[in-house]
Design a protein around this ligand. Sequence first.
Ligand code: NDP
Length: 404
Amino acid sequence: MKPNKHKATHSAEKEFGGALGATCIPVFLPLTVLYLLSVCRSPAASVLQWPPHLPPAAQLWDPLAAVLVVGWITLQSFLYLLIYPINGFHALSITAVLLIVCLWLGMPLGYLFELILPLAVCAIGVSYLLSMYLYIRSFWAPQHALSLGGNTGNPLYDFFMGRELNPRIGDFDLKYFCELRPGLIGWVVINLGMLMKEVELRGSPSLAMQLVNGFQLLYVTDALWNEEAVLTTMDIVHDGFGFMLAFGDLAWVPFTYGLQAMFLVVHPQSLSTLGAAGIILLNGIGYYIFRKSNSQKNQFRRDPTHKSVAHLETIATATGKCLLVSGWWGFVRHPNYLGDLLMALAWSLPCGMSHILPYFYVIYFTILLIHREARDEKHCRAKYGLAWDTYCRRVPYRILPYIY
Ligand code: NDP
């Protein structure tokens, strides 16, 4: 089959700062991951320290890390293929059983703390290699398999955004696999490693560490339990598979979303029972809003006549699809983002108020969701036209009622 390089390109509006952004982000973000990890392990844990805390080159590489990263992706690929197609929760459960066996056999999981920088270097390397493979193979993909946003003809931009929408090797859907498996499950395994490191150092896990582990495990379990919901997300439906998603899934998520647990290893915090109860309540409220609103929309999209959603008020659109204007989606235009942000705050609070670093996730996530909301808004306005304007008038706030 001949490559499709002469096929028409799309002149879609460029996102993420266009060609300049697409050139800088693949350099800047991997360095950010390594910087955050190394600052997080330093006694001062100060992101504002100058000169910045940089690890010596010798700390960046360990062949064991390469073996672990390749072994991990191979294990998750095997679990993915075992009972294809929707088996994320099974993959998590089997991984948990394997981990329990390994711990019982005396595997020093706390060593992940020492190995974290080389592991991140290897994960970044894998995401680069994968993105290059994806970019090259996309020239053999048929036109209908290409994404709208990642085919501008600018190689750096297209490499970043991803040319092919859902690249597959046989039945193996590369994007779908990366979205929920190696990075997401890897994140909670790294968290557990930090908990075990704390046990090694202090004899038992602190309350703060248990909360961070528990909250984030709930989040990952929920994502895998409701795996089919990912099929309707922007990542799967709209975005091509390129560096942005490959790096995000394989390196950014597992190594920056769990910074709180790593922070707690070096900076133990004492948490009062009342403080812990307040944080648990906040996480519970966030989770409730997040889950209920996501489920309501998913159910409505699957079957609008279902009894749980049939009573809700809707607006008809020219596409034949309707928009919800009551229930959660009549409260704000992205109630699911609000719930997610409340949870993000609850994950940071156990780390106390002395440092900004454990708040990295909630700060970054607020920026990400505001940007994502604006992207989604643009897509919805293009899709639904006047009906979307009516929806925006009926539900004026985007994420936070009366504020934003
Ligand atoms: P959403 O689940 O918010 O979906 C947006 C889509 O929903 C729109 O494009 C539209 O699609 C549909 N929609 C919007 N308004 C309405 C309405 N009133 N009635 C019916 N349908 C409507 O998108 P995301 O993929 O951004 O988020 C999914 C979840 O994942 C969220 O909870 C988010 O917080 C979370 N998330 C987490 C991330 C993380 O790193 N932790 C990163 C990104 C997201 P259509 O009409 O075509 O169905």
